[in-house]
Design a protein around this ligand. Sequence first.
Ligand SMILES: O=C(O)CCC(=O)C(=O)O
Ligand SMILES: [Mn+2]
Length: 208
Amino acid sequence: MTALTLAPGLVYHPGYLDRAAQHGLLAAVREVMRAAPLFTPRMPRTGRPFSVRMTNCGALGWVSDEGGYRYQPTHPDTGAPWPAMPALLVDAWNALARYPHPPEACLVNLYAAGARMGLHQDRDEEDFAAPVVSLSLGDTALFRYGGAERRAPTRSIKLASGDAIVFGGPARLIFHGIDRLLPHSSDLLQEGGRINLTLRRVTCPKKA
Ligand SMILES: O=C(O)CCC(=O)C(=O)O
Ligand SMILES: [Mn+2]
């Protein structure tokens, strides 16, 4: 499938995963969720819950609560290390990131009907040289993106099951979010809803 450059550094890969690959990835993500149960993140300061539930795999996981946004090596509820990143995710990073070091974190977002994610930047990483690689499974979502400043104009595209989007270089710090899901647009997840997998490099690689 051809990749489309939506803005400098923002590359959309529609249908990156075929149906068999989506099923394979879903099975791997279900394993991750068994080992690291979904938790409900909360907004810093207010403690207001997010509408998505989350978990992570990889050496580091992104969490949010009254203490702030951060990466940590353990699950906030169980205290266990995050499960290893499935090979299929590392493969996707290797194919899409064009970055010579492996990802350290994969945030798993589960959107039930009605869940959304407000416009934000991914900026809790030390290393903005690496792109963010995002994969979608299940119901189609309306993905909104703008520029590196919140007030920049925004556009939206639909992210369907199997689509990938990469934001790096000049797009690494773009504002983005999910306005809503298109209910019943995919039958990949029996229970409906959407899973998003966001792969990130967190730390700066050590110089050799
Ligand atoms: O669900 C998505 O497609 C976006 C998720 C996201 O931006 C994030 O987790 O930081
Ligand atoms: Mn994000």
